[in-house]
Design a binder for this molecule. Structure first.
Ligand SMILES: [Zn+2]
Length: 391
């Protein structure tokens, strides 16, 4: 970026970030159970007022992605700022209303203050400030606020085909560091088909719960012996856990059906189909099951794992922006959880994850983030956007 552009570096005010965040928290875009429609209309209105061209992309009825573009003069690079508008349910035990932003000293509380309405407010304030700064950048700045990240990522999966960018920054908490990799997941539901019988004569039936127990023990052995060896330097290892099980009808009946949900966490480099094939092979290798256990269906997830090479020039650009704001070099890290980065990487867009707060606070009762982190985040987003779109 030229010195001329640097002189109009945008002014970010934490009060503006907090105001946007307070409005966003008030929309109960809970997933599952609500819709992102009202939050999306608000984001669209604010971004239009800032001078963006805004497209509402209806993904499901009442659930639009917002794609707001601050057009450059032409010939420059495009930055995509992405995060999501849905939040997980509030849960019980809040000491204040989770859908009213509460400020107590340096902290703000509410469902989504960190995951991910905090990053969304910080991104919106950054775009507003750049638009107001009078910087005439050659490139475009795109804010892509999507729906459904907390369930099946319908929003990020289905962004318009013509959405291109030279860098995508995904707004999820990284505690002041820069993540360049994240894990993914698949969730197969296994079904065991038995034969019901009176439990006083169990030999006349086939016990579906017993079939499932054998299957799960074999899968856990595989996780222990094999998956623990699959290590990624930034995201940790592959895992497999049974998280839901259903079986049995009545105390005196041999159950004829049992289902178990497997949460299989993938590391970058592991393909969905390979992971499913491994599970099929383990099941096929257990003759005692008599062919009665199979993968019945897949529960949708955010997607598979992805990564960007740590030595990619865009990673250095983002790290330098964080260093300017925080006055220290960020660590390059990876998220153990899923996120929407995978859908940008799939499009060939180099992507990084950066956002305010510490990921361990996400999805908790009493979710909080500090005001200074929100301001830092907004300044980092603005700085990255100026660097990318400024040349
Ligand atoms: Zn999130």
């Amino acid at each position: 970026m030229s010195e001329g552009l640097r002189m109009v570096e945008p002014v970010i005010r934490s009060e503006r970030v907090i105001q946007l965040l307070a409005d966003l928290i008030g929309f109960q875009s809970v997933n599952p159970g609500g819709t992102e429609g009202d939050a999306a209309a608000y984001v669209a209105k604010v971004m239009r007022k800032a001078g963006c061209e805004v497209e509402l992309q209806e993904i499901e009825p009442g659930r639009p992605n917002v794609i707001a573009r601050l057009k450059g003069a032409g010939g420059g690079r495009t930055i995509i700022l992405n995060t999501h508008m849905d939040v997980v349910p509030a849960g019980e035990g809040w000491s204040s209303d989770p859908f009213t932003l509460l400020r107590k000293g340096e902290r703000v509380y509410g469902r989504g203050v960190m995951d991910a309405k905090g990053p969304l407010a910080a991104m919106m304030a950054a775009v507003e400030a750049i638009a107001a700064s009078g910087a005439h950048l050659p490139g475009d700045i795109v804010l892509a606020a999507v729906v459904d990240e907390e369930a099946a990522s319908l929003g990020a999966r289905n962004l318009p085909d013509n959405l291109h960018g030279d860098l995508a920054v995904i707004g999820e908490a990284t505690a002041g560091n820069l993540a360049v990799a994240h894990r993914g997941s698949i969730r197969p539901v296994l079904a065991a088909e038995g034969v019901s019988a009176h439990s006083s004569t169990p030999h006349l039936g086939v016990n579906a719960v017993s079939l499932m127990v054998r299957t799960l023990m074999a899968l856990e052995d595989f996780a222990e012996q094999e998956l623990t060896k699959r290590l990624h330097p930034l995201t940790g290892q592959s895992t497999l856990s049974v998280t839901v099980i259903n079986g049995g009808i009545k105390e005196s009946m041999i159950p004829d059906r049992c289902e178990a949900l497997i949460d299989r966490r993938l590391i970058p480099g592991e393909a969905e189909e390979d992971a499913l094939q491994e599970i099929r092979q383990i099941i096929a290798g257990l003759p005692a099951l008599g062919g009665r256990v199979r993968i019945d269906r897949l529960v949708p997830t955010t997607g598979v794992a992805s990564e960007t090479r740590p030595d990619h020039p865009m990673v250095e650009l983002a790290a330098a922006a964080i260093e300017r704001v925080y006055g220290r070099r960020p660590e390059l890290t990876g998220l153990t959880a899923n996120c929407d980065m995978t859908h940008f990487v799939k499009r060939g867009i180099p992507s990084v994850i950066y956002g305010p707060g510490d990921f361990s606070v996400a999805h908790t009762i009493g979710e909080w983030v500090t005001v200074s982190e929100l301001e830092n985040a907004s300044r980092v987003y603005a700085s990255i956007a100026m660097e990318v779109a400024g040349s």
